[in-house]
Design a protein around this ligand. Structure first.
Ligand code: NAP
Length: 252
């Protein structure tokens, strides 16, 4: 019996999980699927198939892992802000001569009625805030709160999956929650917390988009952190379905 083809998915997103689910549910699949997680979330939602957790040790470590585990195809389905991992994936795939696909959700695009301020970093977002309001809904995740820690005059509602660690703003309420989030809940949250301004990364995707509509309806400004650069020359799919088609074709 020939060995099944081995796919490694760099995960940590809903799309990575959906890709693993789609491939796993295929009848008579001759594919072995491993998902890799960084280990940032205490109780991750696990995909079907094999799961490994923790860093590889840079691009070299990942290239070694690809060779040692006889990986035939690699899908980088990490979050659009996981910049280091995406560059490591590109370097490792080239070094180990393994075909690579990036599964990257499309960016969010403003529509009529949106009042968005585009910034290049969390630090720039923090700079913009005092002029926009005093009560801030901060949805950029628990990492990187240090950029807002000096803003003593502002109050923050921070939503994250796990509790943040200092440094973080002195005046802050933490809401532990994991998407997807529904529009009604987002409207209610903005109203109840008397939010003046929303801060978000340009994560894209549907799971966390309702906050943008809720902010538009409430006439609130939104500070949107632009995506970091992604490696050039990598084939990109926008949906798990497209990525699954690439996997079938590249491992057929
Ligand atoms: P990052 O800054 O690009 O990566 C830092 C290091 O973490 C990498 O060099 C790698 O360590 C390790 N790593 C990252 N993703 C990994 C994975 N899927 N499997 C194994 N090791 C991984 O990444 P990050 O922004 O901290 O994101 C970490 C994880 O959280 C990713 O899975 C990402 O999809 C998810 N996530 C991130 C965000 C965000 O806003 N950044 C939001 C939602 C989910 P080594 O160099 O040792 O291999």
């Amino acid at each position: 019996m020939p060995e099944p083809r081995h796919l490694l998915i760099l995960g940590g997103t809903a799309e990575a999980r959906r890709l693993a689910e789609a491939l796993h549910s295929e009848p008579h699949s001759e594919l072995r699927v491993t998902t890799s997680l960084a280990g940032r979330v205490a109780r991750p939602v696990l995909p079907p198939g094999e799961v490994r957790i923790g860093g590889f040790g840079g691009a070299e470590g990942l290239a070694r892992w690809l060779r040692e585990h006889r990986v035939d195809a690699l899908v980088d389905a990490t979050h659009p802000f996981a910049e280091a991992m995406s560059f490591n994936a590109a370097g490792a795939a080239a070094a180990a001569d393994v075909p690579l696909l990036a599964l990257r959700r499309a960016s969010w695009v403003p529509v009529e009625g949106d009042d968005w301020r585009s910034v290049g970093s969390l630090e720039e977002a923090a700079e913009a805030l005092p002029a926009l309001g005093r009560r801030v809904f901060l949805t950029t995740g628990r990492m990187g709160l240090a950029a807002f820690a000096h803003l003593d005059g502002l109050w923050f509602l921070v939503r994250s999956v796990d509790p943040p660690e200092p440094p973080f703003p002195a005046r802050m309420e933490v809401l532990l929650d994991r998407g997807p989030f529904a529009l009604d809940g987002e409207r209610e949250l903005l109203r109840r917390a008397r939010i003046d301004v929303l801060v978000t990364k340009d994560s894209g995707g549907a799971a966390t988009a309702p906050k943008l509509r809720a902010a538009r309806e409430a006439g609130l400004p939104v500070v949107v952190v632009r995506r970091p650069p992604a490696p050039d020359g990598v084939t990109v799919a926008a949906t798990p379905e497209e990525a699954a088609a690439w996997v079938r074709q590249s491992s057929g």
